[in-house]
Design a protein around this ligand. Structure first.
Ligand SMILES: Cc1cc2nc3c(=O)[nH]c(=O)nc-3n(C[C@H](O)[C@H](O)[C@H](O)COP(=O)(O)O)c2cc1C
Length: 374
């Protein structure tokens, strides 16, 4: 069962985001510069809004790391909101104008009703995807642990606004490198060009776009997760973690929806024995069978809905008056699929690190490594 836990706190326009991470083994080298590198990756991408020009996220490590290594105690992380300076005075005085017109596609309406609020601001401050900066920082710790076991995690964008990439059949590292070099994180140059044009057109038309990204993890041992209980299944844990990212509405393991349209003989990955090794000619299962990693790359795709804040107003109701009202535009991304794919990597890294700790046991990295070798 889960050994790792994390919790985040903080609002989008508050002073900072904070995360507490519990369950990491002692002796893990932690480099703040590597966490910052992951934070920078989340901030990039064609289609982001003005805020990303203000924020230059940097992590402060406030607990659980001494001399550059984890101690086994909870790790505390802080990412300051640079935008805070523009909000601090009004925030502290509590004189921010109330938002009483819930925006379709946001947490506003259900959050106001649920918490008995007349103002949507407390809802949107916490429901905002700004929180994913904390998750990427936490995910960076998980990645550092996985890297000690030669596990590589990368991602690419396969679709934006209905434009689909032809993902080249390349070794994972090459694919990830191509995605990394693209501002839409797409390894198909022609599709990337059309995606950029679609984002420009959406911006021009006061609209927004969603899309699909793929996360790939290689180098995992066989047998992470288990079939013995529903909540131990690795596919279920990955899907829950990725769908918890704001605006992610669908997750598939391998080409699951395409597999659903084919007969079994064209789907299941047949075994071959080659020079004493058990190999597979295909990976349509996306690296998971029976809720466990099967030694193949784990491939997971996620569908992101279009950004709900649009320059073109959407119809709503002012809950203060009961009258029809239109949404007011707030600075926003037009498309955040490339950024979401980095958050997706972080959540996948988190689940895989948890499953690895569960599999290997051990309170220190050295102990985990001994068990791994064993
Ligand atoms: C990286 C990232 C950036 C996002 N940026 C925005 C944004 O600028 N404007 C916006 O309205 N929604 C943005 N979203 C999506 C909303 O946060 C999300 O749709 C909203 O909170 C409602 O949650 P739900 O879509 O999960 O139901 C972003 C999501 C992610 C993952």
């Amino acid at each position: 069962m889960s050994r790792l836990r994390f919790v985040t706190a903080g609002e989008s326009h508050g002073p900072c985001l904070t995360a507490i991470v519990e369950g990491l083994p002692a002796g893990l080298p932690v480099d703040a510069a590597e966490i910052d590198r992951q934070l920078r990756r989340r901030q990039g991408g064609y289609g982001r809004g003005g805020r990303m020009a203000i924020e230059r996220d940097r992590v402060e490590i406030l607990g659980g790391v001494i001399g550059g290594q984890t101690t086994g105690a909870p790790v505390a992380l802080r990412v300051a909101n640079r935008d805070w300076a523009n909000w601090a005075e009004r925030w502290e005085k509590g004189d921010l104008p109330p938002l009483t017109v819930p925006r379709p596609g946001h947490a506003d309406y259900a959050g106001m009703v649920k918490y008995g609020l007349e103002d949507a601001r407390p809802v949107l401050e916490r429901a905002s995807a700004r929180e994913t900066a904390a998750r990427v920082a936490v995910g960076a710790l998980a990645r550092l642990l996985l890297a000690c076991f030669d596990v590589l995690i990368g991602s690419c964008v396969t679709e934006i606004g209905g434009i689909t990439a032809q993902v080249p059949d390349l070794p994972v590292q090459d694919l990830v490198d191509l995605a990394e070099a693209s501002d839409v994180r797409c390894p198909d140059e022609e599709a990337a060009r059309r995606m950029r044009a679609a984002i420009d057109a959406a911006r021009q038309e006061g609209d927004s776009l969603g899309g699909v990204f793929e996360v790939i993890a290689v180098g995992l041992p066989v047998g992470l997760g288990s079939y013995v209980h529903w909540e131990r299944r690795l596919d279920a844990r990955l899907a829950a973690a990725v769908i918890s990212i704001p605006a992610i509405k669908g997750v598939e393991i391998g080409p699951a929806f395409e597999n659903a349209r084919r007969p079994g003989t064209q789907v299941h990955d047949e075994f071959e024995a080659v020079a004493g090794r058990i190999l597979r000619a295909s990976n349509r299962a996306g690296g998971i069978e029976g809720g466990m990693s099967n030694g193949q790359p784990i491939v997971l795709r996620a569908a992101m809905k279009p950004i709900p804040t649009t320059i073109t107003p959407l119809r709503s109701v002012d809950l203060a008056t009961g009258e029809a009202a239109a949404t007011e535009y707030q600075r926003s991304d037009v498309c955040a699929v490339p950024a979401a794919s980095v958050v997706g990597e972080a959540m996948v890294a988190w689940v895989l690190a948890d499953a690895l700790i569960e599999k290997l046991g051990g309170d220190s990295l050295a102990e985990m490594m001994r068990h791994h070798t064993g």
